[in-house]
Design a binder for this molecule. Structure first.
Ligand code: ATP
Ligand code: MG
Length: 236
């Protein structure tokens, strides 16, 4: 079973009297345990696509299937549960909760979605904070962190749930070179250990270079598919 498939997916946004066709007919199939990257100019539809795959929005037309489930037909409550069980998000703007510490931000999804005993939970959080190099900042609040540090907390929070699929929109945008490579290394390790799949929308060549499949988007369409960073097209 493939992890993800999109069939004839279209997405229109209504902005006043104007309809923006953000996705104009996307077809793709992604297998489990892969690093996938979407590249393309600003406004080409990358974030829109990630939002549909993450069940944060619904397509105007077409079907989106994640882990065998047709997510575009789910009601709000079901899709929230599905997201919590299956998908980790790493967004550009972090979405950390300002009144919670670093530790509590990473703990939050574990309490909300998974019923894990306190000791096991603590171990998981400690391990993840260590992996992203934030263990010594655990008692700080998001407002006391730099952009890159916030991003690392957001990454820890997404990965602590052992999601099947991680969606990451420009995940290394605010990271220095060393930290970016550390984060990429962590993602590789998760892929190896848990067969986690990663879908990126990014301009960062460090990530694009690591991707097994690269989809180029232009104006709401996939215009090129490359395997393993080699030139060419049409590979699925
Ligand atoms: N909520 C919205 N309402 C109206 N139009 C939108 C909305 N979100 C996105 N769009 C439009 O849809 C198109 C695709 O936007 P999207 O955010 O998916 O692009 P992107 O490839 O992620 O760009 P970037 O690289 O700048 O992040 C753009 O024309 C954008 O203006
Ligand atoms: Mg975007």
């Amino acid at each position: 079973m493939s992890l993800l498939s999109l069939a004839d997916v279209r997405k229109d946004y209504l902005a006043g009297d104007v309809t923006v066709q953000a996705l104009k007919g996307i077809n793709l199939t992604v297998e489990k345990g892969k690093f996938i990257s979407f590249v393309g100019p600003s406004g080409s539809g990358k974030t829109t696509l990630l939002n549909l795959v993450g069940c944060l929005d619904k397509p105007t037309e077409g079907t989106v299937t994640v882990a065998g489930v047709e997510v575009n037909r789910m009601d709000r409550k079901t899709s929230a549960k599905f997201r919590g069980d299956n998908i980790g998000f790493i967004f550009q703007n972090f979405n950390l909760i300002p009144v919670l510490t670093v530790y509590e931000n990473v703990e939050y999804p574990l309490i909300m979605v998974q019923d894990i005993a306190l000791k096991a939970r603590k171990q998981k959080i400690d391990d993840m904070l260590d992996r992203v190099g934030m263990a010594d900042q655990r008692n700080k609040y998001p407002s006391q962190l730099s952009g890159g540090q916030k991003q690392r907390v957001a990454i820890a929070r997404a990965l602590v749930m052992d999601p099947k699929l991680v969606l990451a929109d420009e995940p290394t945008a605010n990271l220095d070179h060393d930290t970016a490579y550390k984060v990429i290394g962590l993602m590789h390790q998760m892929k190896k250990e848990f067969n986690t799949s990663f879908i990126f929308a990014t301009h960062d060549q460090k990530i694009v270079g690591e991707a097994e499949i690269i989809y180029t988007m232009e104006d709401g369409l996939i215009t090129k598919v490359q395997a393993n960073g080699t030139a060419g097209g049409g590979i699925k």
